[in-house]
Design a protein around this ligand. Structure first.
Ligand SMILES: Cc1cc2nc3c(=O)[nH]c(=O)nc-3n(C[C@H](O)[C@H](O)[C@H](O)COP(=O)(O)OP(=O)(O)OC[C@H]3O[C@@H](n4cnc5c(N)ncnc54)[C@H](O)[C@@H]3O)c2cc1C
Length: 403
């Protein structure tokens, strides 16, 4: 699958993690993680921290799947508003899902503190803007739901919002618990750390094309014929995990993003906040460490790379116009634009844990707009399950939650 096109900013900004090591022999290990993106990297971190032998394997250059295309905002608010999620999964589960996402932002921060590296993790607030009257009504309902759940949230009317952020919108929800990061840097920092310090084995350019269940776990078959024997497999294969799943659990979409030339710091709005809106698909905005502005959205319900590539110029123009409408005084000149695959589940929640009937095969599928916070949760849940500790989140995010 072609996961992205155009020029994703992070692989231009960062030196490529120059690592080429295809699997050339048969090997044996405790746990194999298929996928070297942010999910596989966080799972590897959790397992290595417990002293579990593991191998990360990827068919591409390390971390150049969706992770390289991500705009990497970290928010507790998921694509499905809490008030709607309550209708779908019940009050307790919905509130818990939001609280787990809130906690995972701090957990991500702590992971990088623990390895002494900072992948441009920056704490920033979030404004969720009402796109229209209907959006304002949704925000009122959402505010109540979040308040009842004990989540940090403030309701801002039009005037205070204009004063704070300088943006015209009917209302907004505000919280100070979000963050932004460089997800490509994050994944490569983690993998490199455990490669140097914890004997993690990392193989690139090796496609796992088949697998067989064995008495002790799995035999994974690489396209080049080499075999890996292991007790557990973690599928952190992102939007390509479908090949390991007996049933489809997500829809694949296309999404678009642009990044500006750096702007003078005086142009950047209050507290460098993340901004998004109630409309679907939503527009979102963030800044980067070098004072660029990233604008994304314009999702389309197709995942055809040719169609997506053709749409890139048009989508770039639309995103530029929408940003200029929001902040007419900021000089925005697009430097790079790209498109990526994205996915949505029916309830906006990820799929994490064992697939029924597939013993020792753990899925870490952080689908949806909060993929990265879900990756953190997946890493913790899977490490707990592999080391024999129960984890309540495995039910909430498990495959059995939907019929
Ligand atoms: C434009 C865009 C914006 C986004 N914005 C945000 C955001 O703001 N916040 C957020 O939280 N999330 C966001 N996301 C989602 C987030 O980027 C993803 O959830 C995340 O990057 C997925 O990481 P991953 O490691 O699961 O997948 P990937 O990075 O795709 O890694 C999976 C890896 O598995 C490998 N692989 C697959 N199959 C096999 C196989 N059979 N054998 C060997 N290797 C295999 C692939 O080569 C790939 O490298 C965004 C996504 C896009 C595209």
């Amino acid at each position: 699958m072609d996961l992205h096109s155009g020029m994703p900013f992070w692989v231009v900004l960062n030196p490529l993690y120059n690592y080429y090591k295809p699997l050339k022999t048969n090997i044996e290990t405790h746990t194999v993680i298929i996928g070297s993106g942010i999910t596989g990297a966080l799972v590897a971190h959790s397992l290595c921290s417990l002293g579990i032998d593991c191998v990360v394997i990827d068919k591409r250059t390390i971390a150049t799947g969706s992770t390289a295309a991500s705009t990497s905002q970290l928010q507790y608010e998921i694509d499905e508003p809490l008030c709607d999620l309550i209708e779908k999964v019940g009050k307790k589960d919905a509130e818990d899902a939001y609280k787990y996402c809130l906690q995972s932002i701090t957990d991500i921060e702590n992971v990088f503190k623990s390895i002494g590296k900072n992948p441009d993790f920056e704490r920033v607030p979030t404004y969720l803007l009402a796109s229209n009257q209907k959006g304002k009504k949704l925000l009122q309902k959402e505010f109540q739901a979040r308040k009842e759940a004990g989540l940090p949230v403030t309701f801002l009317e039009k005037e205070p919002l204009k004063k704070d952020l300088g943006v015209d919108a009917l209302a907004a929800l505000y919280n100070e618990t979000s963050a932004q990061v460089d997800c490509y840097k994050a994944a490569t920092y983690l993998l490199d750390h455990h490669l140097q310090n914890n004997e993690l084995q990392l193989y690139s350019h090796t496609l796992i094309s088949d697998y067989n269940e064995t008495k002790n776990g799995y035999e994974l078959v690489a396209e080049n014929g080499n075999i890996i024997n292991c007790k557990n497999v973690v599928i952190a294969a992102g939007y390509e995990a479908g090949t390991f799943l007996p049933k489809k659990v997500m829809d694949l979409l296309s999404t678009f993003a642009i990044v500006s030339h750096p702007v003078d710091a005086s142009f950047i709005w209050e507290k460098r906040a993340l901004i998004w809106e109630t409309k679907t698909p939503y527009l979102y905005v963030r800044t980067t460490a070098d004072n660029r502005i990233i604008v994304g959205g314009e999702d389309e319900a197709y995942n055809n790379p040719e169609k997506r590539d053709k749409a890139l110029t048009k989508k770039t123009n639309i995103l530029e116009k929408k940003f200029q409408k929001m902040f007419p005084e900021i000089p925005f000149v697009t430097d790079m634009s790209w498109a990526g695959t994205f996915s949505a589940t029916r309830d906006g929640l990820p799929y994490i844990g064992l697939y029924p009937g597939k013993p020792n095969m753990y899925f870490a599928l952080g689908y949806g707009g909060n993929g990265i916070t879900f990756s953190m949760i997946a890493a913790q849940v899977i490490a707990n399950l592999i080391s024999g500790k129960p984890d309540d989140r495995a039910r909430l995010f498990g495959f059995n939650r939907t019929k």
